[in-house]
Ligand binder design. Structure first.
Ligand SMILES: [Zn+2]
Length: 331
């Protein structure tokens, strides 16, 4: 049974064929040409027109009309035979293959940076109006992309090619979107974000794994960094929880007063008494911090983030606003 290539030119598939980033218009044009070439080679027409193994010249004779010349660019541009494949624009290739132009343009612009004007230009281009040298190197690129095979056991200087029985594309390359209508980039992002928030809910890493399953593994990998902010209970962890709950009580009381805390500053390698107005607690890089305004370990009055596990006071002391220890700037 002959293998057919009927994939649509989804950006992910084009990227697999391309030599370099699709952001470069010439790479995009070339990969669209390679896609069209595959559609032709692996079609009923392609199998009828070309034997099992074939040379570039065999292909040229089958693909273009008899009067087509391929040595000089000027001859190609002059060729006006309406039946010749060199006349067909990219747009015609896409339409003949049943591609909806609007959808294709949309999927392309979701994945790569490309202006409407550049797409328009590409659509109007005569896709195969290329000299022999370029087209021959297309065949070699298809070989390197595992879409064609070189046949080695034929004597002579000519290069022979053969179609393969398996092509390196997965079926879901044809899906423009998967999951909740997210691009693969967005899915990778969501999966990564869920992994980061795993400390909030242990089911997040599982969800992240499920999402990342849909992502085309040839092009995207998601590395989940799963780390729990709340490890097994430890005396240090208990102390952090205690500080947090004391702060919580202060905030819940509705009357927030300055607090006195004893802080071990790693930067200064000193233990400092700080009087601060507590604002909030947040997570950063696997630790909890108190964001507060007041006297800092650097002996300034400023905003500072105090790592909760470095607050070493037995308990936080709430101070009256009139307390002389409260710095004037804080009042
Ligand atoms: Zn021609």
């Amino acid at each position: 049974m002959n293998v057919l290539f009927e994939y649509s030119p989804h950006p992910r598939l084009l990227q697999q064929l391309a030599k370099g980033s699709l952001d470069q218009i010439q790479n995009l044009t070339r990969s669209v040409r390679l896609w069209a070439l595959l559609r032709w080679l692996y079609s009923g027409k392609g199998y009828i027109s070309l034997g099992e193994s074939f040379t570039y010249t065999d292909w040229r004779k089958a693909f273009f009309t008899e009067t087509h010349k391929d040595e000089k660019q000027e001859d190609i541009l002059k060729h006006q035979d309406p039946n010749c494949a060199c006349i067909k624009t990219t747009k015609q290739w896409l339409l003949d293959c049943g591609v909806t132009l609007d959808e294709w343009q949309y999927s392309l612009q979701k994945e790569i940076q490309i202006l409407n004007a550049d797409i328009e230009k590409l659509l109007e281009e005569r896709l195969f109006a290329q000299v022999r040298k370029s087209l021959q190197s297309d065949f070699d690129l298809l070989v390197s992309r595992n879409c064609l095979q070189r046949v080695n056991n034929i004597a002579g200087r000519k290069k022979y090619y053969r179609r393969l029985e398996n092509l390196p594309f997965s079926h879901n390359s044809d899906n423009l979107t998967t999951g909740a209508n997210l691009t693969s980039k967005a899915q990778a992002y969501v999966a990564g974000a869920l992994g980061m928030f795993s400390f909030l809910d242990p089911s997040y890493p599982l969800l992240a794994e499920q999402i990342s399953e849909y992502i085309d593994e040839d092009n995207h990998r998601v590395f989940l960094y799963v780390d729990y902010v709340v490890p097994e209970s430890s005396p240090q962890q208990d102390a952090v929880d205690e500080v947090q709950s004391e702060l919580q009580k202060i905030w819940d009381s509705g009357e927030i007063t300055p607090v006195l805390l004893t802080y071990h500053s790693a930067h200064q390698n000193q233990i400092k008494e700080c009087i601060v107005y507590p604002v909030c607690i947040y997570f950063m890089e696997r630790a909890k911090y108190l964001c507060a305004y007041g006297s800092t370990p650097k002996d300034e009055i400023n905003w500072y983030k105090y790592r909760l596990d470095r607050i070493i006071s037995q308990r936080l002391e709430s101070l009256n606003w009139q307390d002389p220890r409260v710095p004037q700037l804080l009042r």
